[in-house]
Design a protein around this ligand. Structure first.
Ligand code: ADP
Ligand code: F6P
Length: 326
């Protein structure tokens, strides 16, 4: 354990996620409750390098817990992968009296936090990404809101697909991970869920199943396609040509990143933000907060980044019976 902190910073980095504001609010209020000064760093590591640093008080985080997005903005900063910029950032922290930083973001941002820790600034990561693709934690901030947004969109698409007796391919986010596709596919009763983890291009199997279900009287067909598989527009053309069923592709895109965070996202984000500050107060550094077996726990960042995880095995298992995996 290093030295306890007196002034901490908080930043959001990488793709934004609903619930990040709840985490920011928890960091600010827990810090103040522990007698710390708290500074907001705007626009992630890019803003840190530009000294976009603002003092934050309890009132600055009033009425934000329900807001999507991040009041501190976010940005990507490729320069931060270089040692000279990591050193510059540490100097800026010391210039502003910042001796600890909470980094709210995904695995890329945790790499940045780890580099900053190597420069002597205590850092704690909080998993903020809709992708759920951080192996050390069963939960990432924004995932619950994103899957509910996508599920509601797919329900709407099923209405119009039924009216027109069409097939709808719905592409969801998740970068290379299929967690959003798996959860929304099951929740929306999709007939087909395609994820990078298990779909290897056997489109004929999907075509045959659509033809069979048509003969059984099925009027609409929903395919949830993870963006890591992608190619939804091309897939729609192939399916329509082969089956004669009008097929449309919808790329849900960034609507999955917005919206008022769900209760779960607000509560988990608040707990993770508070936990991060408590770790800084204990003098911890280079750690990331996770949720595992019903507990908020912390892990060494490098160990966390070395962990791997696939799709939830039982959810994946039930799709064999509840739906058709591509
Ligand atoms: P996410 O945190 O959502 O995974 P990115 O992968 O885009 O998003 O990473 C966000 C930011 O974290 C990058 O723009 C960069 O500033 C920083 N970062 C990512 N990877 C590294 C790295 N290996 N070393 C230092 N900084 C990094
Ligand atoms: O990591 C979150 C995420 O929404 C991914 O699911 C998606 O592939 C990516 O960010 C999109 O990045 P950008 O917002 O830079 O287009």
């Amino acid at each position: 354990m290093g030295n306890a902190v007196k002034t901490i910073g908080v930043l959001t980095s990488g793709g934004d996620a609903p619930g990040m504001n709840a985490a920011i609010r928890a960091v600010v209020r827990t810090g103040i409750a522990n007698g710390l000064k708290v500074k907001g760093i705007q626009r992630g590591f890019a803003g840190l390098l530009e000294e976009e640093i603002i003092d934050m008080t309890s009132i600055d985080v009033s009425d934000i817990i329900q807001l999507g997005g991040t009041i501190l903005y976010t940005a990507r900063c490729l320069e931060f992968k270089e040692l000279e910029y990591q050193k510059k950032a540490a100097e800026i922290c010391r210039k502003h009296g910042i001796d600890g930083i909470v980094v709210i973001g995904g695995d890329g941002s945790f790499n940045g936090a780890s580099r900053l820790s190597e420069q002597g600034i205590n850092t704690i990561g909080v998993p903020g990404t809709i992708d759920l693709d951080i192996a050390c934690t069963e939960y990432t901030i924004g995932f619950d809101t994103a899957i509910n947004t996508a599920m509601e969109a797919i329900d709407r698409l099923r209405d119009t697909s039924e009216s027109h007796e069409r097939c709808s391919i719905v592409e969801v986010m998740g970068r290379t991970a299929g967690h959003i596709a798996l959860w929304t596919g099951i929740a929306s009763g999709a007939e087909y869920i395609l994820t990078t983890e298990e779909y290897h291009g056997d489109i004929q199997r999907i075509i045959t199943k659509i033809q069979d279900r048509r003969k059984m009287g099925k009027k609409n067909h929903i395919i949830v396609n993870a963006e890591g598989v992608g190619n939804s527009n091309e897939m729609a053309k192939v399916i329509e040509l082969a089956t004669g069923v009008e097929t449309r592709a919808t790329i849900l895109g960034h609507i999955q990143r917005g919206g008022n965070p769900t209760c779960k996202d607000r509560v988990y984000a608040s707990a993770m933000g508070a936990k991060a500050v408590e770790l800084l107060c204990e003098g911890a550094s280079n750690r990331v907060v996770g949720y595992h077996n019903g507990q908020f726990q912390d892990y060494d960042i490098q160990e966390a980044l070395a962990m791997t995880k696939g799709l939830d095995p039982y959810l994946f298992h039930i799709t064999k019976k509840l739906t058709t995996r591509g």
